[in-house]
Design a protein around this ligand. Structure first.
Ligand code: FAD
Length: 409
């Protein structure tokens, strides 16, 4: 998708992205339709990721991982999204547990004590992933305003001897029933304390801990293989060592490293590319599983493909710029660009898929081909909190017109 020479990618990045592409083509593409149809989790693909090193793509090299940067991860994830959107989205939840605690946390201000505590604790998680192929997920959403980042999480952690007692409910918990650890966000609250977003804790809860259960069914429009059912936490004891970040550090990350919320976009960048790739192959009569009928000679098809190509190039250019400038304490311009990139990728992925269906025609949207799945999966992008398409527009408008602290009073 992003030619290493044209986009000036360093050798290591190009190698990891190529590895992801190969994995997507050989492991994900052949399994995608079955898991989509049955709404089942592609656990065998996650098992296959372990020997490929892909579960540890963002684990630092010193801890046995591949040490991918934020940008390299995004580019690799887009390649997976091209072959199975749902697997790429689930992989994102897993990888972010290591990216946020790894390269991202390395750029955050921490005291010497916090840094030492963090480095020691994250080693525990990395060891599980590198050594045992453990799978982590990120169920943050609760159905209220917390996932949008405006109020404290309703899931609460009560400090007790040696750890916490955690109770709450997480909706849309991708990898539910498949993950070994649920990386949840919750609010630490001692006796008589007020809730505050500053007291957000990021904890890894073992899936087999007493009090953890997965409930409800899962029969959505798209992203069916993410199996995002509801996670219930009922007075679950979580040892202190399961903290994925020291106290207060998640709040700091969310404030200082906003691009951490752009990591859902690579999946959809890949889906947009997949819709375009499908269209070109189909119109050329070269799509496996379809008769070799050429449809490329009609001027309307050529115009539609040109239009898709322009949209795709615009999307890729903005997105590549945004993922390239992710860092701690970005400028206001960089943050606005990140919102614009998220909005553009999420909206354009689905627009490209819709255009692909209209252009390729009726036979192209039959369920034995991937396009209708791409269309349904891409529809989900603009719904993902905290940066839904609506929230991105709200913020771009407001923050373009007002400087921090400005009012009209
Ligand atoms: C396939 C799929 C997989 C998912 N996987 C995960 C996962 O693994 N982990 C996880 O934590 N979540 C996950 N989510 C959940 C997702 O991020 C959202 O939390 C969920 O879709 C929100 O549900 P809702 O639209 O009902 O939210 P609501 O809170 O009802 O919001 C509805 C809409 O209102 C708008 N809105 C909400 N709050 C504000 C605000 N403060 N300001 C302005 N507008 C606002 C938004 O545009 C939003 O789309 C997943 C969602 C999908 C579709």
């Amino acid at each position: 998708m992003f030619d290493p020479v044209a986009f000036r990618l360093e050798r290591k990045a190009a190698e990891l992205i190529e590895r992801a592409r190969r994995f997507g083509q050989t492991a994900l593409a052949p399994r995608a339709a079955r898991h989509d149809r049955d709404a089942t989790f592609p656990i065998e693909s996650f098992r296959d990721m372990h020997p490929e090193g892909l579960l540890a793509i963002c684990v630092p090299e010193a801890d046995g991982g591949l040490g991918a940067s934020y940008r390299t991860y995004c580019l690799a994830a887009a390649e997976l999204g091209r072959y199975c959107g749902a697997t790429a989205l689930s992989w994102n939840m897993h990888v972010c547990s290591t990216l946020w605690t790894g390269a991202l946390a390395d750029e955050l201000m921490m005291t010497v004590e916090e840094r030492a505590e963090h480095n020691e604790r994250r080693r525990l998680h990395y060891k599980r992933i590198v050594g045992d192929g453990a799978i982590y997920s990120q169920p943050f959403s609760e159905g209220g305003a917390a996932a949008a980042g405006t109020v404290a999480f309703g899931t609460e952690a009560r400090p007790v001897e040696g750890g916490f007692r955690v109770s709450g409910k997480k909706i849309f918990a991708s990898l539910s029933g498949a993950a070994d650890y649920y990386g949840i966000l919750c609010t630490e609250r001692g006796q008589g304390e007020q809730v505050s977003r500053r007291n957000t804790l990021y904890l890894a809860i073992p899936a087999n801990a007493e009090g953890v259960s997965v409930v409800g069914d899962w029969d959505p429009l798209g992203m069916r293989a993410t199996v995002s059912r509801t996670l219930l936490l009922n007075d679950v004891f979580v040892p202190e060592d399961e903290m994925l970040m020291p106290r207060g550090v998640y709040f700091r990350a969310a404030t200082c490293w906003p691009h951490m919320f752009l990591t859902l976009s690579p999946t959809y960048m890949g889906l947009g590319q997949a819709a375009y790739d499908f269209t070109v192959r189909y119109l050329r009569g070269e799509l496996p599983g379809t008769p070799p009928v050429k449809r490329r000679m009609y001027p309307t098809k050529q115009i539609a493909v040109a239009d898709m190509r322009v949209t795709l190039e615009q999307t890729k250019a903005l997105w590549f710029q945004a993922i390239s400038e992710a860092r701690a304490n970005p400028t206001k311009e960089q943050v606005l660009r990140a919102y614009a990139a998220q909005y553009t990728v999420m909206e354009n992925a689905n627009a490209l898929a819709a255009k692909a269906i209209r252009t390729c025609g009726g036979q192209a949207m039959l369920k034995n081909l991937s396009l209708e799945r791409i269309y349904r999966d891409s529809r989900c992008g603009s719904l993902m909190l905290p940066w839904t398409a609506e929230i991105c527009l709200d913020r771009i408008g407001r923050e373009s017109l007002y400087e921090a602290g400005e009012t009209d009073a």
